[in-house]
Design a protein around this ligand. Sequence first.
Ligand SMILES: Cc1cc2nc3c(=O)[nH]c(=O)nc-3n(C[C@H](O)[C@H](O)[C@H](O)COP(=O)(O)O)c2cc1C
Length: 191
Amino acid sequence: MTVDPQVLRSVMASYPTGVTIVTSQHDGQLCGMAANSFTSVSLDPPIVLVCCQRHARTAEAAKRSGRFAIHILRHDQVDHARAFVGRDAQRFDAVPHDVDANGVPILRDWLALIVCDTYSVMVAGDHEVLFGEITHCERVDAAPLLFHESALKMLPKLPALGPTAAAAADDDDLYDSLVRVLAPPIRPPRS
Ligand SMILES: Cc1cc2nc3c(=O)[nH]c(=O)nc-3n(C[C@H](O)[C@H](O)[C@H](O)COP(=O)(O)O)c2cc1C
C-alpha cells in the first residue's frame, strides 16, 4: 500500500511536539535551524536525536565539527523559531548568542539547553538522524513553545483546577498548577 504524502503530513501534524533550535559551527560558519523532531534516546549513555533533512547545513556542521547544541524554546520565543527557518533568514543576527569553548553557538535564552558530541549519523530516506551524546544539559522553569497542526502554539489556558488554583497568578503559576493537578510527575523507571 502506498502512503499519500499529504495524508502522512497531516497524520504527523496531529502529533504535538515542542520546538528546538539546533546549532553548530564548522570552519567559522555559525549554523542553526528550527527542529521539532527532537527526542530522547538513551539515559546511559545520555543520547538524544534530531532528524534533519539531508544536506541541512546545521547537520553538516555537526557531522564535521563533532559537536552541536539543542535549545528547547519557551512559550514566548516564537521569534526565535521564526528566525531559524528559511534559507535567507538572518538567524544569528536576530537572536542573542555566545560561542562556547568548542565553537558551538549557544543561544542566551531557552527553556532547556543540551550540548552534545556528535555520536552518530544515520541516513533514513530523505532525512538524516543526528544522534548526540550529551555533555551538558540544564533547564529553567517555564512553559514550552509547542508545534501542532503546523502552527506554533502555547499550552491552552484552561480553567485552573484544584487547591492550587487560587495561587495561579500568572501563566507560569497556572501552568505549574495544571501540571501538578493533571499529571503528577512521572519518574523514569529505575534500572
Ligand atoms: C516548528 C518547526 C520545526 C521544524 N522541524 C524540522 C525538523 O525536525 N527537521 C528538519 O530538517 N527541518 C525542520 N524544520 C525546517 C527547518 O528549520 C528549515 O528547513 C531550515 O531552513 C533548515 O536549515 P538550513 O536551511 O540551514 O538547512 C522545522 C521548521 C519549523 C518552523
